[in-house]
Design a protein around this ligand. Structure first.
Ligand SMILES: C[S@@+](CC[C@H](N)C(=O)[O-])C[C@H]1O[C@@H](n2cnc3c(N)ncnc32)[C@H](O)[C@@H]1O
Length: 206
């Protein structure tokens, strides 16, 4: 199911600031060399992430699920001076591909890519996070949330992707339903579920 009418989606993309040339090229290379291009955040969600980072000015960003690097580079472009991203990716081939694009980008040096299970990386990293993008295996979302929320800085923000799961949330079961129910029942958080692309939930500490 399309969450948003495809013509409306097309209109929204067309009227938003165009995709950066390097990110458009990365999208094409993902399609031709890696596949699974539906995993890419794409121009609309990427631009939203960039604007959220631009307005919240986080020093410490965590990305859970990097794939070929589109969302990490979108966020890196808007970081304040000294801002850094720890990006987690399980698959070494995808990580190597992403690193190649980070190396080509003027913002890529701000990203440290950690290859391995994200939960292990999160537990090995010190300190708090100001901005977190969760976009990895859906079965892990509750665990990522539980590991991250206590370490979210006072004005920190979590963005969780695919939280409407192509409309399959209406079936009432599955890992994304479990995640959405978990967050909705948690008195420690304030959240809004946005019908952007495949659903994006913004979460802060209550
Ligand atoms: C939807 S894609 C991420 C898309 C990316 N954020 C972008 O904008 O292009 C999900 C990624 O999470 C990775 N992943 C799955 N399980 C993981 C885990 N346990 N730890 C780290 N990454 C994981 C997958 O290999 C995949 O590349």
């Amino acid at each position: 199911m399309d969450i948003v009418d495809p013509q409306i989606e097309e209109y929204a993309v067309k009227l938003s600031t165009p995709h950066d040339a390097l990110l458009a090229e990365l999208g094409e290379a993902t399609r031709s060399d890696i596949g699974s291009e539906q995993m890419l955040t794409g121009p609309l969600a990427g631009r939203l992430l960039e604007l959220l980072v631009w307005s919240s000015q986080p020093q410490r960003v965590l990305e859970v699920g990097t794939f070929t690097g589109h969302s990490a580079l979108s966020m890196a472009a808007a970081l304040p001076d000294g801002g850094r991203i720890d990006a987690c990716e399980l698959d070494p081939e995808r990580a190597a591909f992403a690193q190649g694009w980070f190396d080509r980008s003027p913002h890529g040096a701000r990203i440290t890519l950690h290859v391995g299970p994200a939960l292990e990386t999160i537990n090995a990293l010190d300190g708090d996070f100001d901005f977190v993008f969760i976009d990895a295996d859906k079965e892990g979302y509750v665990d990522y949330y539980e590991a991250i929320l206590p370490r979210l800085s006072e004005r920190g923000l979590i963005v969780a992707d695919n939280t409407l799961w192509s409309g399959r949330v209406l079936d009432g079961e599955g890992p994304i339903v479990a995640f959405n129910d978990h967050v909705a029942a948690d008195p420690r958080s304030v959240q809004v579920v946005l019908s952007v692309r495949d659903g994006m939930t913004l979460i802060r500490r209550a």
